[in-house]
Design a binder for this molecule. Sequence first.
Ligand code: ADP
Ligand code: ZN
Length: 606
Amino acid sequence: MNAPAPADRALHVLRHTFGYPAFRGEQAAIVGHLEGGGDALVLMPTGGGKSLCYQIPSLLRDGCGIVVSPLIALMQDQVQTLEQLGVRAAYLNSTQDAETAGAIERAVLAGELDMLYVAPERLMTPRFQQLLGRARIALFAIDEAHCVSQWGHDFRPEYIQLSILHERFPQVPRIALTATADAATRQEIVERLALHEARIFVSSFDRPNIRYTVVEKDNARRQLLRFIRSHHDGDAGIVYCLSRKKVEETANWLRGEGIRALHYHAGLDAATREAHQTQFVRGDGIVMCATIAFGMGIDKPDVRFVAHLDLPKSLEAYYQETGRAGRDGLPSNAWMAYGLQDLVLQREMIEQSQAPDEIKRIERQKLEALLGYCEAPACRRQVLLRYFGEPSEPCGNCDMCLNPPETFDATLAAQQALSTIYRSGQRYGAGHLIDILMGRANARVTERGHDKLSTFGIGKQLPDAQWSSLLRQMAAQGFVGLNEFGGLVLREDCRAVLRGEAGFLARRVRESAPRAASSVRREMEFESDEARTLWAALRQCRRDLAEEQNVPAYMIFGDATLKLMLDARPTSLEAMHALSGVGDRKLDAYGMQFLEVIQKHQRRHA
Ligand code: ADP
Ligand code: ZN
């Protein structure tokens, strides 16, 4: 009999070991290229399915696949996930004692491992280099390859030395992977890892299953609670706040409202941080309130939402943070509440930092791009993808597409606002300016004589909320800017509007919050209470098995697979095997238990 063609072998492993019916996007091409001995640089967004690109070739090629990963916390998860699939995997890092490490080294030499995860500093030790010299190596995978970039914030000096791998083992294929897309970083990876011969695979950076929504801040905590209660009851999610204090307050408050919330920031001791992170990853449906210190290396596939109560630093940061939602491909939400005050705060942070002027200038530009996103007049995904250099059509899955805003001719209103800013001396924030426009003779207004301005009270035709929105839109258009104290100042671009040479079309604010919120996607929509009951039973079964095995719930079966069980209601092991995510090993280990849950449920609801 002929040996199966390479593509068939890869597909066989995909179906039987991983339980997936088909490759996604470029996966098949990447796997084939590596299996044939080629080098590859893979640029794929979070959740795109990078791991399979080196896991399957490691299984197909002779010897052990060596995976370099900077995230020690993740190694154990990755190895456990593979063990659940029946793959022989292990990791080596500084958390292990010499005896354990020795046993793993012997297993590598005896050809008993398909895959070995190592930290970069470990890889470079003479001892490990010696081991590599004596072992059969299937490939080298360099995960989070952007860590070689000295300009990025994840720079790891040990990564620079990884080019040694190529010098010592020129015949072993290498694959470098990252979710960081920009051209400069890409070039740096090629140079520093000596990947000049590598084929480059670039995927779209779109995350179609994530729905983007931005709401105007108006008691953000309540808005958040309403969002969680109505759309993410019992789901896992991350809530990002700027300060440690706010992180703790938000978590406390959510707990008071009956939400299972934890907090995480760099000010907590290491043990608490780790405990909270583990609870979040292992648990089912915990909301983590955190600063941006949280998230790097969190590989939880079933995070259903990421919420921002404060503005992120840049669109890059925003995309990375929101990208932690929905790695499993199921519908997820990226939700943000923002107001002009956030912008002022970020602007102050830039101005007060010790950074050189050149850096400050770049940071100001990034803040403006962010404002452009928040005030996007149309599809938000288009704004995001354009920022990353990818053209796209309106997505149909963001708040702007689902609930297109009404616009109105705001030329006169803009003129009124601009002249109020000018006449009051270009130094006041939005609140004070709105008081003048609305004709409120309060102490702050009268003390400064602003009740005598010709624009005092000329703006009563619009409600306060519309004025704040208008000022933000004018900032996004570049008509006005913020000084370092948060005061609004005129910008060159406003002249045409002020002189009446150009019009200004603005978005009307939505009167009622619920309408805006209704565009937010619900994670799970059940056809009936009966379906909801079965879903709960399937989850309970998963939770029990996870506890028994001491692994995170998603490692038993992901939400996507559980949802397929709910919809298909398999009645035989064979039917169960056909579901995406049910490979040979998991069918053996857990198939019967889940079949029984379904059967019991069906009998009860017959
Ligand atoms: P990345 O490392 O790019 O963020 P992962 O490799 O963790 O992404 O994959 C994300 C999720 O998608 C995982 O749950 C993985 O099992 C799943 N996945 C990957 N490839 C496929 C596929 N071909 N079919 C179905 N699910 C897949
Ligand atoms: Zn859209």
